[in-house]
Design a protein around this ligand. Structure first.
Ligand code: NAP
Length: 154
């Protein structure tokens, strides 16, 4: 299955100066539990924004192979079709950022969205998406955010 996880505010803001615009411990816990033991797909900017590199297997979308020697859990890829095909046999979760979300949105089976019900300042937004293409299967209010699961309509 191909999943996508994102946290956005009321205006679908996701980033500010190549960082997250907010820090909410409960949202971070939720993020960590959702990505646990999955294969992660991440863009180069987001990879560099990590304070701590996750221990999970990571597919980094990049043309820069030099990072391969630095991290044992890293694969470098440029071909998103290969990743989409691989997700037919393994659970893969797309972590962003915007550039990467844009490439994978047409192919994702499940979106896990944290909606932060506030307005923040920043410079990167989640791409516009059509909620007619998805079926909302679950929502849960957790202190600072609403957690929503959307399955792609077949
Ligand atoms: N709120 C959230 O849930 C969330 C989640 C993730 C990220 N973010 C935020 O999003 C922002 C970063 O997003 P972004 O759009 O600037 O960057 P990004 O998607 O993290 O990375 C984009 C870069 O990755 C490389 N790349 C992407 N696709 C590729 C491909 N198919 N082949 C080769 N290289 C590829 C390219 O690097 P080159 O241009 O060097 O080739 C591209 O510029 C940050 O502010 C981050 O904090 C927020």
């Amino acid at each position: 299955m191909l999943k996508l996880i994102v946290a956005y505010d009321k205006n679908m803001l996701i980033g500010s100066g190549n960082k997250m615009p907010w820090y909410f411990i409960d949202e971070l816990k939720h993020f960590k539990s959702e990505i646990k033991n999955q294969i992660l797909v991440v863009g180069e900017n987001t990879f560099y924004s990590f304070k701590k590199i996750p221990n999970e297997k990571i597919i980094l979308l990049s043309n820069n192979k030099s990072l391969l020697n630095k991290y044992k859990n890293l694969e470098i890829e440029t071909d998103i079709e290969k990743i989409v095909n691989r997700s037919k046999n393994e659970d893969i979760i797309v972590l962003g950022g915007r550039n990467v979300y844009l490439q994978f949105l047409p192919f994702v089976d499940l979106m896990i969205i944290s909606i932060i019900e506030k307005e923040f300042k920043g410079d990167v937004y989640f791409p516009k998406w059509d909620n007619n293409d998805f079926l909302l299967i679950k929502t849960k209010k957790i202190n600072t955010f609403i957690n929503a699961y959307y399955f792609k309509r077949k």
